[in-house]
Design a protein around this ligand. Sequence first.
Ligand code: HEC
Ligand code: HEC
Length: 349
Amino acid sequence: MINFLLKTILFLFTLLAGCISCTEEVMQPLEKDEVCNLTFPSYFPEMTFNTSDNPVTKNGVELGRNLFYEGRLSRNNTISCGFCHIQENAFTHHGHTVSHGVDDRIGIRNAPPIQNMAFLKKYMWDGVIHNLNEQPIIPITDVNEMDSSMPEAISKIKNDPKYKKLFKAAYGDENITGERVLKALSQFMASMISADSKYDWFRQGKEKLTSEESQGMALFNQKCASCHSGELFTDESFRNTGMYYNDQFKDAGRYRVTLDQSDWMKFRVPSLRNVEYTAPYMHDGRFYTLEAVLNFYTDNVEDNPNLDPQLKQNNHIGIVMNNQEKQSIIAFLKTLSDKNFISDPKFAE
Ligand code: HEC
Ligand code: HEC
């Protein structure tokens, strides 16, 4: 009997010890790393993000998230990536037409959303960047954005015990290098996949669209999908949509990259996922509502030698739509809203 009691006590003790080591593990989750399997619907395009060059891991993403919200990557320690790329606006900036950076300096472009970056081939409104791992160096060093440098940014965080721990957890040692900073930011951005909208539920046969939404989808496929094509709603081409050249910012789009006159005022076709949350619209944020964008397509497209042929069919400049059709298209565009993405705590500060 005593023997039995002893055994029971011993058994309970082992259980308790097991629990203690469990809680220890909960307190130190960063020590063990594991590969993150990025999940996305089968109808998505192929992933362009190269995971053999930069494997996405749990701790790499966690480090990237901390760096994304780190003001010390900027000269005056106040402007983080998250300052311009705000989660509730699908990681764009609702309040600003063009970006405001260090000392409230004004950039020339509207911050695009950060979502589904792992599937794009070209980044920025003019496609100047081809590799997501290289992208963050631009905002960190741009005088109108964070106005810092990689050595300066590293010197400010390298003695912070938080970063020593995070770098060790992600890379095996505490060494902080520019490449590691960039790759961690890139891992975080690669993990930001938005594919949980009403449209996706419809696509997966889990939900029906209303009749207005399906009418909108049919009109969209007819009038818009030649450029806003596929499941990301962009073919990633550069197009001239007949928008006036904005003298304030002197931004001629793709022309800035190629200096080829035929690229004058061509901009990358933007994804329309989460477009309900990403106002203002266009490369310089000139329109505040989706209604204004659609009114532009019907009434204000300006002819010019580079105007996309889709926007001057049968000698008509612009896209023909009546008000009711515009409303249906907007109803469809709102099915691309992914509430879970903009409220997911995984991506929050
Ligand atoms: C001052 C505001 C500002 C800050 C700070 C900022 N960005 Fe941006 N971001 C922009 C603007 C504006 C663009 C568009 C630039 C262009 O097209 O030339 C952009 C574009 C991007 C893109 C390309 C998206 C696409 O669809 O091609 C990525 C990725 C990105 N930023 C990530 C970051 C990261 C990472 C940081 C922090 C290291 C950061 N940004 C900091 C304003 C900002
Ligand atoms: C010829 C190609 C083309 C067609 C057709 C087209 N778009 Fe666009 N769209 C673009 C380009 C390029 C931009 C970015 C222009 C810029 O900022 O200078 C854009 C921008 C937008 C934006 C702003 C998105 C943002 O994040 O700023 C919306 C919304 C939009 N288009 C919706 C539509 C709808 C709806 C239709 C159909 C009625 C349509 N587009 C037809 C090429 C096209």
